[in-house]
Design a protein around this ligand. Structure first.
Ligand code: AMP
Length: 217
């Protein structure tokens, strides 16, 4: 099972990918999380990526590609969810060629759909546990009482100017990725404008339908 989670920032890709990955024993490969980890570790990639991320811009493709390539190889080219990769048509083309070379084609590109006005509310209220990377929302999914409040922070790219920039980048550079994947008949839309548990049930149904189409093939 090889899946890409696609959608605008704030669509819930990270939250839903984590839940689905835990339930089905899949590797959850988030390029954003790998980049933030590299920043914390002050690796050359992290040092170069930081200004792009904080400003809400895309990190240069060669840096992210190396992280994605390594993580997919670590998952032995199977049983993974790619979250936040690809974000440009160039990245999508590379991914298809890379997976094809290992006879490991994608099974689906799950397109999480959320209206634009809901995205800003989700992003500006998002908080993250800086120790675990776990995401919360000040209203809809507050951190549990036993988590040290000092660990709960706002990501620099969840501040208003960076949010506006990220949504613009999504419209200009990432949206065309969907048309690219549509040509391969890989896209499955999931309405993600609902509470986390409701969207999670829709994800389960989607996964079941992919497995069913395998059985029929
Ligand atoms: P995310 O955690 O997926 O919201 O990603 C946070 C940030 O990491 C993005 O706004 C980009 O700056 C960077 N990033 C993550 N994935 C990619 C990618 N595939 N290509 C370029 N930049 C990326």
């Amino acid at each position: 099972m090889r899946i890409v989670f696609f959608g605008p920032p704030g669509a819930g890709k990270g939250t839903q990918a984590k839940l689905l990955a835990e339930r089905h024993d899949l590797a959850h490969i988030s390029t954003g999380r790998l980049l933030r980890k590299a920043i914390r570790a002050k690796t050359p990639t992290g040092l170069e990526a930081k200004a792009y991320i904080d400003g809400g811009q895309l990190v240069p493709g060669c840096l992210v590609r190396a992280l994605a390539e390594e993580a997919v190889a670590e998952a032995y080219f199977d049983r993974f969810i790619l979250d936040g990769y690809p974000r440009t048509v160039e990245q999508a083309r590379w991914l298809m060629t890379f997976l094809e070379a290992y006879k490991a084609p994608l099974d689906a590109v799950v397109n999480l759909q959320v209206p634009a006005e809901a995205l800003v509310v989700r992003l500006s209220g998002r908080r993250v546990n800086k120790a675990t990377g776990e995401n919360y929302h000040v209203e809809h999914n507050p951190p549990p009482a036993d988590v040290d409040p000092a660990l709960i922070v706002q990501r620099p790219d969840d501040r208003p100017a960076a949010i506006r920039r990220r949504l613009q980048v999504y419209r200009d550079e990432t949206c065309p990725v969907l048309s690219y994947f549509q040509r391969f008949n890989l896209v499955r839309d999931v309405d993600s404008n609902a509470p986390i548990s409701k969207v999670a049930s829709r994800m389960e149904a989607m996964l079941a339908s992919i497995s069913q189409s395998w059985a029929l093939a």
